[in-house]
Every structure is written in structure tokens, then in C-alpha cells.
Design a protein around this ligand. Structure first.
Ligand SMILES: *Cc1c(COP(=O)(O)O)cnc(C)c1O
Length: 388
């Protein structure tokens, strides 16, 4: 009833008609290579738990110990009295691991990106973002009041043209690994272009942290960029680390400015301390057990080789995200449903998350998967794919 209700109803009807209606799955188990859903097991190829740490016994035990010591809720924001020893230890460990002077925790990646961009930028500044950046980066850039521009995906020359035309404060922003395509930003070239034009580079490494680089420190490690090459490094804890929250790493000045000014840091309850403790344990596992990264890399190669033999529409990705390009939304949904009937959980990614006409199945691999599970995936894809 009423104008607003009519508008909402119409919006829902349009989404249904366009095959863009979203529905939540309701899991009955922990994250893992096999999850329980509607009373039956599914092989899970859609989580971002890239290292299989979300339900690791050591991570769970660390969470439980910290909950017993610190309680569940942090009770306040970081600036009031919600900041505890274990938050502090995690920040120090993340700074050390990423090779930056300091790190700062946020309650989520979305909030970190909003907080960073609105603190760094103001009216009259320039923010230049890759077209395929994560929504939180686009939203933060738009909200900052700076002049907002986008450049063609991974096109360093296009970025450089925009940097050359801009004057004053300039910030270039990219995903380290792009969340819906799985490909990587050309970070060394981007950093060089930024250096030539006195701009800062911000990297959101939500999908690279824990996966990329010799030690798993992420895309900036792989590109050998320290704080003078990528001045702002942000990554999330909810993906490879298997917990929740996010962090920003950079200079003392950057971190202090965020503590003083980032509204999404100041005006929100601190992450539960037990989450910080679990993240610290995960970080330990990530550092000790390089076999997880190696096994994941092996599964990625195995999947790409098999998919190539089946002539499946692989995208240009070397990461754990291995999308198969479908095109229209209805076909993507049909494929996802058909695979679901065969016991495989794979999400159909549609507009507005990806550009119109580029709907896809977003397959994600994890160190928790076995070779055999990847082979089952390939077999079922071969059986379901139109024309194979
Ligand atoms: C998941 C993600 C975020 C948001 O992080 P949350 O902690 O889930 O809010 C930000 N950026 C990228 C690239 C992401 O993939």
C-alpha cells in the first residue's frame, strides 16, 4: 500500500522477470568443500574460504579460548573501550606480515574501503578506479566527494592519461585480484604510472591476501611493492583467513589519520576480540603451512587444464576464482540449477554485479578441495554444459 510499497513491488517483479532475482541459500553446516543444504550434501565451489581455514580446529579453538577470556561482544568502539590486547596483537602481526609500518583493523572490508576513501579524499581531489573494482571501492570513491573517474579494466595507459590530466591530490584504486573475473591488476606498471604522476595507489587485496605471493602476503608481495609503491593496502579477513573483518596497512601517518577520522572506524562497535584471536591463529596457519597455497595452485592448474580440454569458456585467471563466461542471465541460472541437481554448489553471477551480457558461473577453488573433487566438478560441467 502506498507509493513506496508500489515501487518496491514493481522492482521485485522486474527482477523476477529479468532472471535477476536473488535467493539466499541456508546452510546447515560449516563452510568446507562439502556443505549441507536442504538436508543433503553439496560439493561447494562458491565460497571464498580459499585456504580451507574457516572451520579449522585450531582456528575454532582459538576463537573459543578468546571468547572465554574476553567474552563475546567487544562492548564499545575501538576509540572508547572496545580495543583489546588481541586486536592489537593482530594489527602488529598483519603489519609485520605485509611489510608495512602499521595496520588497522576494521569490522568489514566494505567499511574499511568506505572509511579509507572518505578519509583520504575530499572535494577537488581525483579518484580514478578500475571499472571492475569491488562495489565498496566504487561506493567509497563516489561518497568521498572527490572527482570520480573510472578507467578501462587493467588498462595502464588509460589510467595514465587520466592521471596526466588531473591536478592536485590523485588516488588510483584497484582490486589486486578482481572478485568476479579472477584476474590480477598489473601492479608494478600501475605503481610506476602513479609514481610518474605523483599519485598514490590503493590496492584492495581481498582475494589475493593469503593466496598470492611466495609467503601468501598477497598481490603486493608478488609485485614486490612496499609502502612506497602501493601506499594503501587493504585486505579482508573473511576470505583466505576464513574469519571476518578487514585491515588496512601503510605508514604511521596513514593509520593515525584513519584512527582520527574514518567514520566507519570511529562510529561502530569493534570486531569481537575472539574474531581477532581466530584471525591471528589463521595467520599463523597461513604462514606455517605453505602446502595449502601450493595445493590450491595445483588444483587451479588441474581445473584449467581439464576445462580447456572440455572447451569450456575459461577466463584469464590465475587465481582461486575461475569463472566460466555464459553470457545471458537466464542461461547462467539454468546451468547453476542443473549443477545443483547434481550436487554441486556454484553461483550464477548476474548484473548488476557484472556488466550486462557477461553473466557467468563463478567457480571458486579452495585448498580444502581434493583432486578428486575437482575432477568431479569437471565431469559434471562436461555433462551439463550446452554443446559439450
Ligand atoms: C569481499 C570484498 C570486500 C568486502 O569485504 P567484507 O569484509 O566482506 O565486507 C571488499 N573488497 C573486495 C574486493 C571483496 O572481494
Amino acid at each position: 500500500m502506498g507509493l513506496l510499497a508500489d515501487r518496491l513491488e514493481a522492482g521485485l517483479a522486474r527482477r523476477r522477470q529479468d532472471h535477476l532475482y536473488r535467493q539466499r541459500l541456508t546452510l546447515q553446516s560449516a563452510q568446507g568443500p562439502v556443505v549441507q543444504l536442504d538436508g543433503r550434501p553439496y560439493l561447494n565451489f562458491c565460497s571464498n574460504d580459499y585456504l580451507g581455514l574457516a572451520a579449522h580446529p585450531r582456528v575454532i579453538a582459538a576463537f573459543q579460548r578468546a571468547a572465554a577470556q574476553y567474552g563475546v561482544g567487544s562492548g564499545a568502539s575501538h576509540l572508547v573501550c572496545g580495543h583489546s590486547t588481541v586486536h592489537h596483537q593482530l594489527e602488529e602481526a598483519l603489519a609485520e606480515f605485509t611489510g608495512r609500518p602499521r595496520a588497522l583493523l576494521f569490522s568489514s572490508g566494505y567499511m574499511a574501503n568506505m572509511g579509507i576513501l572518505t578519509t583520504l579524499l575530499r572535494r577537488g581531489d581525483h579518484v580514478i578506479e578500475d571499472r571492475l573494482n569491488h562495489a565498496s571501492l566504487l561506493d567509497g570513491g563516489l561518497h568521498s566527494g572527490a572527482r570520480f573517474q573510472r578507467f578501462t579494466h587493467n588498462d595502464v595507459a588509460a589510467l595514465e592519461r587520466k592521471l596526466a590530466k588531473a591536478s592536485g591530490v590523485k588516488l588510483a584504486v584497484v582490486d589486486g585480484v578482481f572478485s568476479m573475473d579472477g584476474d590480477s591488476a598489473p601492479l608494478p606498471e600501475l605503481a610506476a604510472a602513479c609514481a610518474r604522476h605523483d599519485a598514490w595507489l590503493m590496492v584492495d587485496d581481498a582475494h589475493g591476501f593469503g593466496v598470492m605471493g611466495e609467503r601468501g602476503a598477497g598481490s603486493t608481495e608478488l609485485a614486490a611493492l612496499d609502502c612506497s609503491g602501493a601506499q594503501v593496502l587493504m585486505a579482508t579477513l573473511g576470505k583466505a583467513l576464513g574469519t571476518a573483518g578487514a585491515f588496512v596497512a601503510g605508514t604511521e601517518t596513514l593509520i593515525e589519520a584513519l584512527i582520527q577520522q574514518a567514520r566507519t572506524y570511529i562510529y561502530t562497535t569493534a570486531l569481537p576480540p575472539a574474531i581477532a584471536a581466530a584471525s591471528l591463529e589463521s595467520l599463523g596457519l597461513l604462514r606455517e603451512e605453505s602446502w595449502r597455497r601450493q595445493h590450491l595452485a595445483h588444483l587451479i592448474r588441474r581445473f584449467r587444464h581439464g576445462a580447456g580440454q572440455l572447451d569450456l569458456p575459461l577466463m584469464n585467471s590465475g587465481s582461486a576464482i575461475q569463472p566460466l563466461l555464459v553470457g545471458d542471465a537466464a542461461t547462467a541460472v539454468t546451468l547453476s540449477t542443473r549443477l545443483g541437481q547434481r550436487g554441486l554448489l556454484i553461483g550464477a553471477i548476474r548484473p548488476p554485479t557484472v556488466p550486462a551480457g557477461t553473466s557467468r558461473l563463478r567457480i571458486t577453488l579452495s585448498a580444502g578441495h581434493s583432486e578428486d573433487q575437482v575432477d568431479q566438478l569437471l565431469e559434471q560441467l562436461g555433462a551439463c554444459w550446452p554443446g559439450t
